[in-house]
Design a protein. Structure first.
Length: 386
């Protein structure tokens, strides 16, 4: 049987062997990290080590890393009106970019009436003028504004000007939450340089195990109200027995994320070669977001008249894993809200297919993708003509 090609790293990156080994070693300890005996202390030491590795990966401090079950929990933890901050008031309204991940678009713990969406430019980047206007109109008497803006979009790979947006938000006395899930290991991430108060990360997007994530605080004096209470874990900021195995693997993956940055140029060249192959076969295809700076591993394309669901299945039958939009929709393929927010027609939003390369992607895999694409495109064109 031919070896399958995995071009869906944005959904979940291949598990690093080193992260797997760390997780297995932690599983073999079988101790609760809250226990005071030697075994418990050993488990707690694993968490402390991982906490330091995650902190270093984003230029943060270990004491400001809160481990969670994943980025969705981290976002829900962060997105609350109730923020413990001595200098700034509680948040009154949440402003989210229109192309944010569904877990952020939902507003976290803000009521639906207290959530506003911010438009993006045609290239997919946040409209900074619209952001400034929205915050200028914000009623400061009700509380501070809170802005959620991802660093890199999970579908298009478009990189947002988070640092510039944060300057606008801080000028209006607001808070900033940044989803850096897709960015870590692909572009440099530094919480201080971004100007974010809170940063969300996910282990399995960088080669760690599924089931671990983190919310990183820029300042331990600015902390959201806990989502899970009842225990003293994570300095009473997230109750519940820690997933030591997943966290240990997370730490290793975070350490390796710096090495993955060294691969970004090579991966970008492969991505660009793949795009050329798509356009050579179907000149009418659209590369969505190509006018903006993007992650080096990500391309989202659509061919008018071809549905994303049909294309994803066709590639799967050819032995290639790609996706349509976010992987967090229970296997459903629907029109991309990201593409729609960029002003593209419904036909393009329904036909967008994402190809996301892992650091280990090869020229041979891209060549195999091109062969498969030629066959798929020819077959579908024949079917449409029949």
């Amino acid at each position: 049987m031919l070896k399958r090609i995995y071009f869906d790293a944005n959904a979940s990156a291949p598990l690093l062997a080193e992260a797997r080994d760390a997780a297995i070693a932690a599983l073999n300890q079988s101790a609760n990290a809250s226990s005071v005996h030697a075994e418990g202390r050993a488990a707690r030491a694993e968490i402390a080590k991982a906490r330091g590795e995650v902190a270093v990966s984003v230029g943060g401090k270990p004491e400001n890393v809160i481990f969670t079950s994943g980025a969705t929990e981290a976002a829900t933890l962060a997105l609350t009106p109730n923020i413990d901050s001595g200098a700034r008031p509680a948040a009154a309204r949440l402003y989210v970019g229109a192309t944010e991940h569904p877990c952020v678009l939902g507003g976290g713990r803000f009521s639906a009436e207290a959530v506003s969406r911010l438009p993006v430019e045609r290239d997919g980047t946040i409209d900074l003028a619209a952001l400034d206007d929205a915050l200028a109109a914000h009623d400061q008497g009700t509380g501070a504004p809170y802005v959620a803006l991802m660093l890199a979009n999970n579908e298009t790979g478009v990189i947002h000007p988070v640092a510039e947006a944060a300057e606008v938000v801080k000028r209006h006395g607001g808070y900033v939450f940044c989803d850096a899930v897709q960015a870590l290991g692909r572009v440099p991430v530094d919480i201080a340089a971004l100007g974010a108060d809170f940063l969300a990360l996910s282990a399995h997007k960088i080669g760690g195990p599924q089931g671990a994530g983190a919310l990183v605080l820029a300042n331990e004096d600015v902390c959201p109200e806990p989502l899970l209470t009842g225990g003293g874990q994570e300095r009473r900021r997230r109750a519940g027995t820690e997933n030591v195995a997943a966290i240990a693997g997370f730490g290793v993956a975070a350490r390796h994320s710096a090495h993955h940055l060294d691969e970004s140029g090579r991966v970008a060249a492969l991505r660009d070669a793949l795009q050329r192959e798509v356009l050579a076969v179907s000149p009418e295809a659209r590369i969505i977001g190509e006018e903006a700076e993007r992650l080096p591993n990500t391309t989202l394309f659509a061919v008018p008249g071809l549905s994303a669901e049909t294309l994803v299945i066709a590639f799967d039958l050819e032995g290639i894993a790609v996706s349509a939009g976010s992987a967090c929709s229970s296997g459903k393929v629907a029109a991309s809200h990201v593409v729609g927010a960029m002003g593209e027609p419904m036909e393009i939003a329904k036909g967008a297919v994402r190809v996301s390369l892992a650091p280990g992607a090869t020229e041979d895999e891209v060549a195999a993708f091109a062969v498969a694409w030629r066959a798929i495109h020819a077959r579908m064109c024949r079917d449409r003509a029949a």
